[in-house]
Design a protein. Structure first.
Length: 278
């Protein structure tokens, strides 16, 4: 199996909504975005699948060594970083931003709670904002204003993920919802950890959803018309993620004991519609 095949299989196995947008790209860009996504999955899996924090930190340091090999024109060992080497060469992907993704995943080990949204924003920037910036480099742009769009869209995706995964994250001992906002809406950590749905929790989640919508609006308003076609893959992702957010809202934010997802056929339809109308 070649490095590119490994990354493509990683994307396929994930079942991610993002994969629906990748198939529209030309082979060169699809190879690069597959490598970037596979890298994100590998790093995320280190934190989610390893029960010993010390071992997880050691694994993240190993990945930092892989990125150092990229930066020093060395020879990466892992097929994902080997594929990333090719993508970096073709699209000038900053190794520093790839490193920030690792820093974001390490925050899952070091900071299982967030005092306020300012603190959470740093996590969202590292875990998703820089992924948006890297994706924009791969998709292509002519106006640097597009980078503001890409970063805001990455934050919107992460905020949507946080809403969808409240229950799943709580079972891993993590609560991403800002502590000051829990207090404002009268929701305790106990409520979340014990999956206690209530009108107060629904109101808290409606507040989170509104914030996510504001980030989507901020992203779309920042995208220059000249780059809209080049950035269609991101707009496809946005169409799917916004539909997911709407579905969660329609269900009354029942996210403590379930993980809402869209059927593959609906994702495919949304992807095709967004691609053709972007």
């Amino acid at each position: 199996m070649t490095p590119d095949d490994y990354c493509a299989e990683k994307v396929r196995q994930s079942g991610s909504s993002f994969a629906a947008s990748f198939r529209f790209l030309d082979p060169r860009r699809r190879q690069a975005i597959n490598a970037l996504y596979a890298f994100c999955r590998e790093i995320d899996d280190v934190v989610d699948d390893c029960r010993e924090p010390a071992i997880a930190r050691a694994k993240l340091d190993w990945w930092r060594g892989e990125l150092a090999a990229l930066d020093d024109t060395g020879t990466p060992e892992h097929p994902v970083t080997q594929a990333l080497a090719r993508a970096r060469e073709q699209f000038s992907l900053p190794v520093e931003q790839l490193g920030e993704i690792i820093d974001g995943m390490q925050m899952d080990l070091d900071l299982p709670r967030y005092a306020d949204f300012t603190q959470l924003q740093l996590y969202c920037h590292r875990a998703a904002g820089v992924v948006g910036l890297l994706s924009a480099e791969i998709f292509g742009y002519s106006d640097r204003q597009t980078l503001k769009y890409a970063h805001a869209l990455g934050l919107a995706f992460q905020l949507t993920n946080i809403i969808r995964d409240v229950g799943e994250d709580a079972r891993r001992g993590r609560i991403y919802l800002p502590q000051d906002e829990l207090a404002r809406f009268g929701v305790s950590e106990w409520d979340i950890l014990h999956r206690r749905h209530s009108p107060k929790f629904a109101a808290l989640m409606a507040f989170q959803a509104q914030r996510a919508r504001e980030h989507y609006a901020r992203a779309f308003s920042a995208l220059p018309a000249v780059d809209r076609k080049a950035q269609r893959a991101g707009l496809v992702m946005a169409a799917i993620y916004q539909a997911l957010l709407e579905e969660i809202e329609r269900d009354g934010f029942l996210v403590l004991d379930r993980r809402t997802s869209l059927p593959p056929a609906r994702k495919a339809w949304l992807a095709l519609k967004a691609w053709l109308t972007a």
